[in-house]
Design a binder for this molecule. Structure first.
Ligand code: UT7
Length: 329
């Protein structure tokens, strides 16, 4: 029997219109454009403004555009894996809400929470359903409305994050294209360096937790930076080495976009020159689960069938991972 790979056959993305610039942040907290640009590489990020809107509203246009590109209807989707750290609400899963909004009547789905590594976890998980022969069309969505959990009085975090969503469709491929390999890791010892202190079962939200602003994302930036810079590069190198790839074999490095300095360090360790590294952090900031699929969306026209792509991510948890894909179209 021929081996079935899970190949990405369509990609699309969506970012909201509102642009929050470094200059505007200067009017909100004690920061400046020069500090943000040199320490993070971020110039601006997109924000989904308004009441009654949520992460699923970022996903709807991303997925509808994807279905249109691929020329299929929503009812053909078998499974939706929604990778997010900012679900519309704790119950039910945002995957269900999205399925309803787009009319994916025949799909089942679930949310996957692995902080900034969510998309590589989700892509690896989704690939299993294709490789096993169980499903024909799996939608992997990575999106976050980070502005809903960011404290815009905390200069250490509010300058980093943005809102956005990307989505890919996985389908079977028997020509050797698609997901080839992945290395996924986690270490819960890193929990206290990037987390939300309240709002979960450990510390349910109360007036006191809200007054203490514990319903926002909290980060020990330096500790996360140190862990990210080593681990993201380690897994990228591991997946490159165990597939006997040389740097010239790699068409693109697609890194999670948390800090330009982490991206540069990973590219340098992986031996990938800057012109082969996808970077959107300057315009979108850290969109958490959205970073990697948004890169694929923006670079889609430059990708060629057979291109070797290395994806790499690091996030809260800690979670991290890297993947090797052969682009299928
Ligand atoms: O995607 C999930 C994983 N997340 C990450 O990978 C993020 C990893 N961490 C980082 O990217 C960096 O640690 C940050 C960008 C968050 C911070 O950069 P840093 O170079 O580690 O700065 P720092 O935290 O060591 O702070 C240096 C100084 C401090 O002032 P003092 O103590 O030296 O006087 C901070 O108070 O910079 C100050 N600072 C700021 N100054 C202006 C912190 N935030 C700001 C700010 N504007 N926004």
């Amino acid at each position: 029997m021929q081996k079935i790979n899970a190949a990405i056959t369509a990609v699309n993305g969506y970012v909201p219109d509102y642009i929050l610039t470094n200059r505007e942040l200067e009017t909100m907290v004690d920061t400046n454009d020069e500090w943000i640009t040199t320490r993070t590489g971020i110039r601006e990020r997109r924000i989904l403004r308004g009441e009654g809107v949520a992460t699923s509203d970022l996903a709807v246009p991303a997925v509808q555009g994807l279905l249109q590109k691929r020329g299929i209807g929503a009812e053909e989707i078998d499974l939706i894996i929604f990778c997010t750290s900012t679900p519309d609400m704790p119950i039910p899963a945002t995957a269900n809400i999205l399925a309803h909004k787009i009319g994916a009547k025949n799909a089942w789905g679930y949310d996957l929470q692995a902080a900034c590594s969510g998309f590589v976890y989700g892509l690896t998980t989704g690939a299993q359903f294709i490789e096993s022969g169980k499903h024909q069309k799996v939608l992997v969505v990575g999106g976050d409305r980070m502005s809903s959990i960011v404290n815009y009085e905390d200069r250490a975090t509010c300058i980093l994050f943005g809102d956005g969503c990307g989505a890919v469709l996985l389908e079977p491929n028997t020509e050797g294209y698609g997901v080839i390999d992945s290395v996924l890791k986690s270490d819960g010892a890193g929990c206290q360096n990037l987390f939300m202190k309240a709002g979960g079962s450990l510390k349910p939200a109360t007036h006191a937790t809200v007054d203490a602003k514990e319903h926002y994302a909290y980060q020990e930036g330096q500790a996360v930076f140190k862990a990210a810079v080593t681990n993201m590069a380690d897994v990228a190198v591991e997946v490159i080495d165990r597939n006997n790839l040389k740097s010239e074999d790699i068409a693109w490095l697609v890194p999670h976009q948390a800090n330009k300095r982490i991206i540069d360090a990973t590219a340098s360790r992986a031996g990938v020159p800057p012109e082969k590294v996808m970077v959107n952090i300057d315009r979108f900031g850290n969109t958490t689960n959205g970073t990697i699929p948004l890169c694929l969306w923006e670079w889609e026209s430059k990708l060629k069938k057979g291109d070797n792509l290395i994806l790499a991510a690091f996030g809260g948890g800690f979670t991290w991972g890297a993947m090797y894909l052969k682009w299928a179209y």
